[in-house]
Write a protein that binds this ligand. Structure first.
Ligand code: ZN
Ligand code: ZN
Length: 220
């Protein structure tokens, strides 16, 4: 299996393309649908999968799904997450960009451009990319329906696991004990498994695993 990364949107979201031969699955089309479509022009995309539905992972989902004629999949528990995104937008006039919100607004990044229909189908527990089997792991904590896509040697963790720790658990639908259990399960994969997060650089299970007790102790 081969991997492409397209970085989109004000939060530099990683939109991942998993492909085997010409067959592909597209993960987290967060923004810039034309850029994403350009990146998969030579591939036969069979599905779009959302690791979770925070705004920075979904704003190009409708446009890309329509252009490619494919289904958008997410965990059913993410319906509440999108409702919460819309409620926050209605109340504050912009989306919640976590710890980056104030900085981005001060820089003049509007954080209220674009939306999503909220339409998705329940993600199956397994998907295929050509002949490659992709396992869908429910890894709640950053949001109730966060998922991780697992193929041998690779984990696509969304905002559940980054270099240096788990994703944010400060929002109303977040759960720190849950994300720790999710991360514990992910770190049971072989040490050389590459972790591809929803933002920023890759890491490996072996590099992160020793730090788990310190993440639990600090509480975030
Ligand atoms: Zn998120
Ligand atoms: Zn994110």
């Amino acid at each position: 299996m081969e991997i492409r990364r397209v970085v989109v949107g004000p939060l530099d979201t990683n939109c991942w393309v998993l492909h085997s031969d010409r067959s592909a699955v597209l993960v987290d089309p967060g923004d810039s649908p034309e850029v994403i479509l350009d990146a998969v022009r030579d591939l036969d995309v069979t599905a779009i999968v959302l690791t979770h539905v925070h705004f920075d992972h979904v704003l190009a989902a409708d446009a890309v799904a329509e252009a490619l004629g494919v289904t958008v999949f997410a965990h059913p528990a993410e319906a509440a997450t999108w409702e919460n995104e819309l409620a926050y937008l209605a109340e504050r006039g912009h989306y919640d960009a976590g710890t980056d919100t104030e900085k981005l607004l001060a820089q003049g990044v509007p954080l209220n451009v674009g939306t999503w229909s909220g339409r998705f189908s329940p993600v199956p527990t397994r998907l295929s990319v050509g002949s490659v089997d992709v396992e869908v792991l429910h890894t709640p904590g950053h949001s109730p329906g966060s998922i991780t896509l697992a193929v041998p040697g690779h984990l696509f963790t969304g905002d559940t696991l980054f270099p240096g720790g788990p994703g944010l658990t400060t929002g109303p639908l977040c759960d720190f004990p849950a994300i720790i259990e999710s991360v514990r399960g992910l770190l049971d994969h072989p040490a050389d498994t590459v972790v591809h997060p929803g933002h920023g650089l890759d890491t490996t299970v072996g590099r992160e695993k020793p730090a788990l007790p310190s993440w639990i102790a600090r509480g975030w």
